[in-house]
Every structure is written in C-alpha cells, then in structure tokens.
Write a protein that binds this ligand. Structure first.
Ligand SMILES: *[C@@H]1O[C@H](CO)[C@@H](O)[C@H](O)[C@H]1NC(C)=O
Ligand SMILES: *[C@@H]1O[C@H](CO)[C@@H](O)[C@H](O)[C@H]1NC(C)=O
Ligand SMILES: *[C@@H]1O[C@H](CO)[C@@H](O)[C@H](O)[C@H]1NC(C)=O
Ligand SMILES: *[C@@H]1O[C@H](CO)[C@@H](O)[C@H](O)[C@H]1NC(C)=O
Ligand SMILES: *[C@@H]1O[C@H](CO)[C@@H](O)[C@H](O)[C@H]1NC(C)=O
Ligand SMILES: *[C@@H]1O[C@H](CO)[C@@H](O)[C@H](O)[C@H]1NC(C)=O
Ligand SMILES: *[C@@H]1O[C@H](CO)[C@@H](O)[C@H](O)[C@H]1NC(C)=O
Ligand SMILES: *[C@@H]1O[C@H](CO)[C@@H](O)[C@H](O)[C@H]1NC(C)=O
Ligand SMILES: *[C@@H]1O[C@H](CO)[C@@H](O)[C@H](O)[C@H]1NC(C)=O
Length: 469
C-alpha cells in the first residue's frame, strides 16, 4: 500500500523517504480492443495439489469446483487480499510484533534478524498455519467473492542452485512459507477462486515500506542488478512450479516509481524481461499484471497492450488517506473523488489493456495503529513522523479498533464508500479489497465489515444505487 499518485502526493512520497519511513500502504462498455483480447486461460482449474508437507491439521471435504469458470473480460473481479499472511505487516498483526518485546522489530526483515531463529520460525509457522484457514475460503466464497490476491515475499520462494546463479540465501528473512502457500492455491481452486499472486517483497526492497518486508529509507532493488535478476528467477520459479494454479502473476507490488528515472527505467525493463520470461516458460496461459508504481496509469500508456502483449493487466491502488491533502477531503469529496477515478481508469483501459483496482479499503483516515509503520502515529491526529505543527484532523477514537465502538454514521459512511469503490472497480475489470482480515483494525477488514453490516454479504447489493450519476 498505498497512495494515489497526484503530483502533490508524489512530492510527499519523496520527502517521506527522508523521514521515519511510513507504510504506504459509472459503468462503461468494454471497448473493442478489450473484447478482442484473449482471456487468461481459466479453463484448467487444477484441483490436484500435492499434499502439504505441513499446514492445517483440520480435516475437510473439498467442495466441487464450480462448473462455470470465471471469464476475464466478461466477468467482474470481486476479490480480497490475503494481506498480512506471507508478508507480515505490524498494523495487521500487531500482537506478533508486540510479543517480541523488542520495539526495533518493525518488519519481517528485523523479525528474522533480531530474534532467536527457532523462536521466530515457530511464531511464523504458527501464523502461516492459522492466519488464513480453509474456512476463510468457504466464507469468502459464501459472500460472493471470486478472486483472492496473495501477497508473497521473495524469501518464501524456495529457489535452489538450479534456479538461480545468485546466492539462494534469504537471510535474515526466514523461509518456510512455501508449503502453506501451495495449500492456499489448493484451497483457492477447491472453492472456485481465481488467484492473483503478487511479489510483494522483492530482494533489496522495491519501496522501503514495511509491507515490502523491509522498512528502509534506501530501498535497493532497482540499484542492484543482482536483486533484479533474482526477482526474475523468482518469477520463473513461480510459473514453473505453480503456474497452473496461478491465474495472474503480478510481477511486483508497488515499486517506488516516485524515486525517479533511474528507478523507473530499471522497472520498465524488468516488466519487459519478466513478461518475456513468463511467456517463454509457460506460453500465454498465465496472466501478467503490472503495478502502476505510483506513477499513474497514464505513464504506462501503450506499454503492454495487445496484440503484442497477451493477457496483460494493470493494477492500480485506490486510497485517499496517505497525505494531508487527501485527509482534508470531506466525506462527500471522498465519494466524488472516487467517482472521478472511474472515468480515468476506464479511459486508460479502453485504449490500453485490462485494469484492476488491486487494493482499496473502507478506511477514511490513517487511524489504524501502526498503519504508517510500527511506532509511527496517524496523520489524522497530526502525529505522523512525530513532528509537531502538523495538521490535525481530529481524534482517532471511534474510527479504528473494535467495531463495537463505531457509530452508525461511521458505518453508513463506510457502506457508501464501499459501494462507490465497487462501482469504480467494476467500471474496469474489477476490484480486490485490502484486506480479508486484520487483528484489530476492523475498518480495514472485509470479514468484520460483513459482521458489522457495513459490507454487504453480496457485493452486488446496493443501498446507494447510481451513486456517481
Ligand atoms: C453499452 O451497453 C449498454 C448495455 O449493455 C447498451 O445498451 C449500449 O448500447 C452500449 N453502448 C455502446 C456505446 O456500446
Ligand atoms: C509439522 O507439524 C507438526 C505438528 O504441528 C510438527 O510436530 C512438525 O514439527 C512440523 N514439521 C515441520 C517440518 O514443520
Ligand atoms: C539440480 O538438478 C539436478 C538435475 O535435475 C538434480 O540432480 C539436483 O538434485 C538439483 N539440485 C537441487 C539443489 O535441487
Ligand atoms: C545485491 O543483490 C544480491 C542478490 O539479491 C545480494 O546478494 C547482494 O547482497 C546485494 N548487494 C547489495 C549491495 O545490496
Ligand atoms: C493470446 O494467446 C492465446 C493462447 O496462446 C492465443 O490463442 C491468442 O490468439 C493470443 N491473443 C492475442 C491477442 O494474440
Ligand atoms: C501468445 O500470444 C502472442 C501475442 O498475442 C502470440 O503472438 C503468440 O503466438 C502466442 N503464443 C502461443 C504459444 O500461443
Ligand atoms: C471531480 O471532477 C469534477 C469535474 O472535473 C471536478 O469539478 C471535481 O472537483 C472533482 N472532484 C474531486 C473531489 O476532485
Ligand atoms: C472503545 O471506546 C472506549 C471509550 O470510548 C475506549 O475506552 C475503548 O478503548 C475503545 N475500544 C476499542 C477497542 O477501541
Ligand atoms: C469487541 O467488543 C465487543 C463488545 O464490547 C466484545 O464482545 C468483543 O469481544 C470485542 N472483540 C474483540 C476482538 O476485542
């Protein structure tokens, strides 16, 4: 996560790297160009997955995969991110970080670096086994979702010396999530989900956010050719070893395009090279998705379009809370701003390639504890970066935490905000909500939204129809 790339917020993003780093986290018709594009190949649901070497111990009966497979370009993507599972984020699972007793453990990198290995491994294994279980897939299916996006760190991809000419060490990261990841792919197919896998944490870090695995003011990825090559090796491993169970591979999440030309030129070449590698390895069957990298979709106009490129898509993230400028918007302005995005996304899609809103949420502020990084406060309360004299928008009380404290007005606003963003996503190929589950920031949780009534148990239901007209 997360920021909308307005010119102002790009400047904010730049200055942000110098500060204690923060986490960053209308209907139109299909164009002719879109309908001419070949769907990703969803016709081979692959229910058979080798049994997990370790994972859930619960026994279960697999349901029958749906007989009506999802068709890209025709059906709308309605999904959730399985955030905080294979890439830890302090604000999603604060207890995991609090339990270390060490305030300097702020991300998955330091989680591995500053603890006894066996202790850290044990906590991670328990987390991998319990954060998302089969019943989550059952619930997600029951509430009308058809996609999951699974953020994955490169350190969980078990390259051997046959897969890379570079070191296979991921130290200080702790590897071992791969079997749990394979189990997730298996559950996804059992419950008729299509799967988007994204490389959320790249070697060296692609953005410096804790959600890349490493919170750092100097993300190295683009400046170290070996990191880039290793990421390609990871992409190859993924499609060769699990490509038949992955519908779309997003080759990198939120690369820091705001770092300038030296970064973006490497990124663009990486996109081309990873696309070509995937096509060489597995043909056209796996969709390939690209993040706009905070540059705005228009920066990628004419870059990965059919017919030269097959089954490509762009991922745009839609948040309005990571700058004072955005927080200053009234509720009605948040709605109107979202409505406006619809047109720009659809315009991009109609003359380029498929577009998906791959991350968005109901959050109307950045109040969730540690959302901006462990120990970093909320801009909403003027606490971000710890500096004094920042704009204060209000108190966070009643806006985060247990939803038993949320007012009816707040819940109604989140319901309306949910619906408008669903409309925006469905003006293009669809949407993937961030996230299915959080430990305590209920406003970010799809499952808590359903329990609390501000997310409908059928995402096509509308209390606010024609909201943008
Ligand atoms: C768009 O779709 C609607 C509903 O399917 C249809 O009535 C309308 O003619 C279409 N417009 C264009 C420009 O294709
Ligand atoms: C697998 O899980 C069992 C029971 O939870 C545990 O005893 C065993 O050590 C685990 N094995 C591996 C390889 O993680
Ligand atoms: C590499 O591939 C060779 C030939 O297939 C195989 O014998 C060897 O075990 C592999 N090495 C690793 C580390 O997987
Ligand atoms: C460059 O990347 C390689 C491969 O990920 C890594 O082993 C090496 O430590 C990196 N070097 C620097 C200076 O970051
Ligand atoms: C994409 O690849 C598929 C499968 O190989 C092929 O049938 C289709 O014609 C390709 N689409 C385009 C637009 O070239
Ligand atoms: C994949 O798609 C490309 C571009 O659309 C097409 O030229 C190529 O023939 C396809 N490859 C296969 C193996 O179908
Ligand atoms: C939405 O677009 C309209 C028309 O361009 C503009 O007047 C309005 O200010 C925009 N709304 C927001 C919140 O940016
Ligand atoms: C709920 O609100 C009360 C008082 O307003 C506060 O003391 C409590 O900490 C809040 N609980 C949560 C989970 O946010
Ligand atoms: C949320 O608050 C309700 C009512 O106060 C309580 O029953 C529930 O256990 C709380 N949930 C969590 C996760 O703390």
């Amino acid at each position: 996560m997360f920021l909308l790339p307005t010119a102002v917020s790009l400047v904010l993003q730049l200055s942000l790297l110098a500060l204690p780093i923060t986490s960053q986290h209308c209907h139109l018709n299909q164009s002719r160009r879109q309908s001419a594009q070949q769907p990703f190949d969803p016709s081979v649901p692959s229910p058979s997955v080798s049994p997990i070497t370790n994972g859930s111990s619960t026994s279960f009966t697999h349901p029958q995969p749906s007989s009506t497979p999802f068709v890209y370009g025709r059906d709308k993507i309605r999904g959730v991110n399985l955030g905080g599972w294979f890439v830890l984020e302090p604000w999603i699972t604060p207890s995991i970080f609090e339990n270390t007793g060490n305030d300097n453990i702020v991300d998955e990198y330091t989680f591995g670096q500053m603890q006894n290995y066996q202790t850290a491994l044990g906590v991670l294994q328990n987390h991998w086994q319990t954060w998302i279980v089969e019943d989550d897939f059952r619930q997600m299916e029951a509430v009308g979702l058809n996609h999951v996006r699974i953020p994955l760190g490169y350190w969980s991809i078990p390259l051997t010396s046959n897969d890379t000419q570079l070191s296979t060490s991921v130290s200080p990261y702790i590897s071992g999530a791969w079997p749990y990841f394979l189990q997730a792919l298996s559950w996804a197919k059992s419950y008729s989900f299509n799967v988007i896998v994204d490389i959320h944490g790249a070697p060296g870090s692609q953005n410096g956010y804790d959600n890349s695995g490493q919170r750092t003011s100097s993300p190295m990825w683009a400046y170290n050719q070996s990191d880039v090559q290793k990421t390609i090796d990871c992409v190859m491993f993924l499609v060769k070893n699990a490509g038949d169970k992955i519908d779309i591979l997003e080759v990198m999440n939120e690369p820091a395009g705001f770092l300038g030309d030296s970064f973006t030129s490497v990124l663009r070449q990486y996109y081309i090279d990873s696309y070509n590698s995937i096509r060489m390895a597995v043909g056209n069957s796996t969709g390939v998705m690209f993040s706009d990298g905070f540059l705005g979709l228009d920066s990628w106009a004419d870059s990965f379009n059919p017919p030269q490129y097959n089954s490509t898509s762009f991922d745009i993230h839609m948040y309005q809370i990571f700058s004072d400028e955005e927080l200053a918007r009234s509720f009605d302005q948040h709605i109107s701003y979202a409505c406006n995005l619809s047109q720009s996304y659809a315009n991009f899609e109609s003359s380029n390639t498929w577009t998906v809103v791959g991350e968005w949420s109901n959050a109307l502020n950045d109040c969730a504890m540690w959302l901006n990084g462990r120990g970093v406060g909320a801009r909403w309360e003027g606490q971000w970066g710890g500096a004094s004299g920042q704009q204060v928008f209000g108190s966070c009380e009643g806006y985060t935490g247990n939803y038993s404290n949320f007012s009816q007005t707040y819940k109604s606003q989140m319901r309306e905000y949910f619906e408008v963003q669903v409309e925006v996503g469905e003006s293009v190929q669809g949407w993937v909500f961030w996230a299915w589950k959080t430990e305590s920031a209920d406003e970010w949780s799809y499952s808590k939204g359903i329990a609390g009534g501000w997310i409908p148990s059928n995402p096509t239901e509308r209390l606010y129809p024609n909201i943008c007209s």
